[in-house]
Design a protein. Structure first.
Length: 216
């Protein structure tokens, strides 16, 4: 696959909003991508960003892109992990927006994909076409979700071709729940369960799994 690269880094916006979903709804989990370390419940270490300055602002919102769980993630006990579908519809998926530099966003993309070399995302291409496949890997697609009222563009990271649907492990869902219980207006795990129920792959996540989540 030919990966688009920006012709000049000077043309790129200085800052973007990174729209996190899934386990990255947790501020603690997202902080690992900036500071390095291992997320709670995971076994995979992240090196952190070149610049670990915290986001200038953080916001919550919902989008109309579908949430799904798929693949087999060794670092999350073999369960599926979250992906955002690339076509909008009648959905109500939670996002946590982080106002970060374009370099930090590049580093998040690199770490999500465990890439060995520095990534420079062609953000102009993503804005013009709606997405750009920055890497030929699992989370290689950068999806443009529109423009914030402050003028900065909003991007998320997902898959061009998600793997087979697979229910997540309770430790992964606990991390998502921690994020949803922080700032989204959900009061308890019952509300979180109702929020996640429509996601593809959650039909196999039953009472026993939710009891496990509650015990974590």
């Amino acid at each position: 696959m030919s990966i688009p690269q920006p012709s000049s880094t000077q043309q790129r916006p200085d800052r973007v909003w990174y729209a996190a979903f899934g386990s990255n709804l947790s501020n603690d989990r997202f902080a690992v991508y900036l500071n390095g370390g291992v997320a709670t419940g995971s076994i995979g270490a992240s090196p952190g960003a070149r610049d670990n300055t915290p986001p200038a602002n953080v916001e919550t919102r919902f989008c109309d892109y579908p949430l799904m769980f798929a693949g087999v993630a060794d670092k999350w006990s073999g369960g599926g992990v979250a992906f955002l579908g690339c076509e909008p519809g009648d959905h109500h998926t939670a996002l946590r927006l982080h106002d970060i530099t374009n370099e930090q966003f590049d580093d998040v993309v690199q770490q999500e994909n465990r890439a060995d070399t520095t990534v420079i995302v062609d953000l102009q291409h993503a804005v013009a076409e709606g997405f750009v496949d920055a890497l030929d890997s699992l989370y290689g697609r950068v999806l443009h979700l529109g423009q914030h009222h402050d003028g900065k563009h909003i991007f998320t990271i997902t898959s061009a071709n998600p793997p087979e649907v697979n229910a997540p492990h309770p430790t992964y869902v606990r991390t998502i729940a921690n994020g949803l219980l922080d700032g989204f207006g959900f009061d308890d795990l019952a509300a979180v369960r109702a929020q996640l129920a429509p996601a593809i792959g959650m039909s196999a996540f039953g009472d026993a799994e939710w009891e496990h989540v509650a015990a974590l």
